[in-house]
Design a protein around this ligand. Structure first.
Ligand SMILES: [Zn+2]
Length: 112
């Protein structure tokens, strides 16, 4: 890695932010190189280092990847699965029932 400017803790110039600070603004480094690093001296140990990125070059957090959608879909499927009959009810199991309507009201289903 090329040498980057090193700043003392809390003395970073404006326009730079750590990955965590970017994230708090809905941003990500977006493939840019580290713009600078912060060093916080510690006694008898190496300094604590944080990497800084240019806010200007940061990109918005990627909205939703296919993998994230798949994970969300799995989570929703779990919420739709009735714990009684283990079937996908096709809707989110109401917490008040704790099971699908077919299991909660077997008589009404038979009458229908
Ligand atoms: Zn059920």
């Amino acid at each position: 890695m090329a040498a980057v400017p090193v700043y003392r803790w809390r003395l970073a110039p404006d326009g730079l932010a750590t990955r965590r600070q970017l994230r708090a603004q809905g941003l990500r480094p977006g493939g840019q190189d580290v713009a600078a690093q912060l060093e916080r001296p510690r006694r008898r140990r190496g300094p604590l280092v944080a990497y800084l990125y240019s806010i200007e070059q940061a990109k918005p957090v990627r909205p939703m990847t296919p993998a994230k959608w798949a994970a969300l879909e799995r989570a929703n499927a779990a919420r739709r699965t009735c714990p009684e009959c283990r079937r996908d009810a096709g809707y989110v199991i109401p917490a008040s029932l704790g099971m699908c309507a077919t299991c909660a009201y077997p008589e009404e289903q038979r009458a229908a």
